[in-house]
Design a protein around this ligand. Structure first.
Ligand code: KG4
Ligand code: ZN
Length: 348
């Protein structure tokens, strides 16, 4: 061990439009979490272009690896486990991360584990709160998911609520596009909503029975309201609409969180995923959970996609060392584990 630290987990995340490499000690302590966002690359297309995304991941990874080791003051000898996102995500993007991770595992003779990206979002909370342990209730809100899950123990998840149509992040992104805010929409809509007043342009709050979400009706309501306002819609009206849209999405999310907590009380609640960066959601989730459970919402850089959360999830959920993945003998005699990429992986 070169620098006298515990064996580290090397995390690699390339599922969508962030390339990230992290070094995490003991599943809890982030020594490095370097993230390259491809926002500038995809901006002119108004969304993520998969082919450009995977090529960029491949070009950036070597430098990000060097940078992560430099930031952590560590080297390959310090690595005890390699954790890489195997799904869900864009197939070509996932393949780049898994291919690079497998190459490193083979050349360094280290165990490797494929990580479920959704689990990663929950494990981001473990990095933010060192004493946090399951059982917990989680709300994962990202660009592709709005899921309520129960986590009875490490690596065990039960989905108790999901969206019938759009995910919360997808809804924010589409609303932002309608309001002329471009890509990425969520953070821009958040900023605009801070200058608006939801009461001036009220929009309906989606209401489905049980723990299901639906955001497509709300999206249509925004579309019609913008059409009625016509080209006259001024900056203030747009800001009011952004605030109203945000309020409807957030109230729907916290209403179901509230219901899930009432149905089966639990002492730890986690709200995570890219949308957990939203200002109003952070405020309202804290209000709804207050006095009933402890709420953990990771800091912003751990809410959006990053490799530290993948390293943490890999550390806590990988099989015992030596049994990780399926083993292959390469010509040089190195041990290599093969990971299956699953673009539409669910919570299992
Ligand atoms: O978890 P994430 O980084 O990537 C996925 O796994 O999907 O989530 C990205 C999503 C995008 O839809 C983005 O617009 C949304 O999170 N998002 C936000 C905010 N920051 C990111 N939505 C609302 N308010 C924000 N501040
Ligand atoms: Zn994500």
């Amino acid at each position: 061990m070169g620098s006298g630290i515990l064996p580290l987990t090397l995390g690699i995340e390339t599922s969508c439009d962030e390339t990230s490499v992290a070094l995490v000690e003991g599943g809890r302590k982030v020594l490095a979490n370097v993230i390259h966002s491809q926002v500038d690359l995809h901006k002119e297309f108004g969304g993520v272009v998969p082919e450009l995304a995977s090529r960029d991941h491949l070009e950036r990874l070597p430098h990000l690896l060097d940078l992560a080791f430099e930031v952590a003051g560590a080297g390959p000898d310090d690595i005890g486990l390699i954790a890489v996102t195997r799904g869900p995500g864009l197939a070509g993007c996932l393949l780049v991360g898994v291919g690079v991770a497998e190459g490193l595992a083979a050349s360094w003779s280290r165990p490797i584990t494929g990580v479920n990206h959704l689990w990663g979002h929950i494990y981001a909370a473990m990095l933010a709160r060192p004493d946090l342990e399951p059982p917990l209730l989680g709300l994962v809100v990202s660009g592709a998911h709005s899921d309520l899950v129960r986590m009875p123990g490490h690596g065990r998840f039960e989905v108790i609520g999901r969206t019938r149509d759009d995910a919360a992040g997808e809804a924010f992104d589409k609303a932002a596009r309608m309001l002329g805010l471009g890509y990425p929409g969520g953070p821009a809509l958040d900023r605009l909503a801070r200058t608006g007043d939801a009461r001036r342009q009220p929009l309906p709050k989606p209401s489905l029975p049980g723990l299901e979400f639906s955001f497509s009706g709300l999206k249509t309501a925004l579309l019609y309201r913008l059409r009625d306002l016509g080209p006259e819609a001024g900056e203030q009206e747009k800001a009011d609409l952004a605030a109203a849209f945000e309020r409807s999405v957030v109230e729907s999310l916290v209403e179901k969180l509230d219901e899930a907590l009432s149905r089966a009380p639990v002492s730890e609640v986690v709200v995570a995923g890219g949308v957990a960066a939203n200002t109003l959601l952070r405020l309202r989730a804290a209000e709804v959970v207050a006095g009933r459970a402890r709420l953990t919402m990771p800091p912003l850089e751990l809410c959006t996609d990053n490799a530290a959360m993948i390293a943490a999830a890999g550390f806590f959920t990988s099989p015992p060392r030596g049994e990780v993945g399926s083993r292959l003998r390469l010509p040089g005699g190195e041990v290599h584990s093969s990971i299956t990429v699953e673009p539409s992986l669910g919570w299992d």
